[in-house]
Write a protein that binds this ligand. Structure first.
Ligand SMILES: [Zn+2]
Length: 266
């Protein structure tokens, strides 16, 4: 739908309908890249990310384990979890200095096959070809006590090809390099799978999807909802991710879906 400028204008208009009330429960934000230099929607401008970090000063940012503990304990207090999927090196260069300075916890869902190389997998079109984090950089994240390492499969396989081997290879590589096994999982492409449901529950405390929404006690920890952060989000649209019922976010999603259907018909 339209170019970046149109997207930003639509989001700015929709953000006018945002609630100002901080929403209860756990809001999990999904990031991929920061300052990676690609035009991809998942690659944020470093200055936009810095403004978002400032905007988070009014929120309580917690780690994924603490969020899971709160949900299990029936705690509805508002909090935010920052998650970074895949393992792009630009996260180290452009997000990490701010996260470290503000002492903001975050989760990193790693597709382990690409660590130390290039991020390039089957089906990665727009997001292809960024440098991956190195183990030394990931070590630095973990040593800070701020970073929770999660499993994102070894090869970033599409959901229909997700196997126990893919899950276990990722966890084994993480254990080999960092000395601990990941307890959290994020579905590649955000798409949950049913054929491995039991295997996932046996291995992980939580699994994060790409389903837009917030998390309240009583929800399924293996179907955690998230709110994506994108390049064309103006700051007020970002702020709306933390308040109310995500009305601007859902309205935008509906507009994009309608535009895609219209495009498919054309
Ligand atoms: Zn991914």
């Amino acid at each position: 739908m339209g170019g970046a400028r149109v997207r930003t204008a639509v989001k700015r208009a929709l953000a006018r309908f945002r609630s100002l009330r901080i929403a209860p429960g756990v809001t999990i934000l999904t990031y991929h890249r920061v300052g990676g230099g690609s035009p991809d929607e998942s690659d944020l401008d470093a200055t936009a990310f810095a403004a978002q970090v400032d905007a988070l000063a009014g929120a309580e940012v917690v780690g994924l384990d603490e969020a899971a503990r709160r949900l299990e304990a029936g705690d509805r207090a508002p909090c935010v979890v920052l998650t970074f999927d895949d393992g792009f090196a630009d996260v180290y260069h452009n997000a990490w200095p701010l996260l470290r300075e503000r002492r903001l916890p975050f989760a990193l869902f790693l597709a382990t096959r690409y660590v130390g190389g290039r991020m390039r997998w089957e089906g990665s079109t727009a997001k292809a070809d960024g440098a991956a984090l190195s183990w030394a950089q990931i070590d630095e994240f973990v040593a800070s006590g701020l970073c929770t390492i999660g499993n994102h499969t070894h090869s970033h396989v599409p959901p229909q090809r997700l196997t126990c081997d893919e899950l276990d290879a990722c966890s084994a590589v993480i254990e080999q390099h960092l000395g601990m096994r990941p307890r959290h999982f994020a579905y590649p492409w955000g798409l949950s799978v049913t054929h491995l449901e039991g295997e996932l529950r046996r291995r992980f405390r939580t699994a994060s999807t790409g389903i837009v929404g917030r998390n309240l006690p009583g929800g399924d920890p293996m179907r955690l909802r998230r709110v994506p952060v994108r390049r064309t989000d103006p700051l007020e649209f970002f702020q709306a991710k933390l308040t109310g019922l995500l009305v601007p976010e859902r309205a935008y999603g509906a507009i994009v879906a309608t535009a895609k259907r219209a495009g498919a018909r054309a």
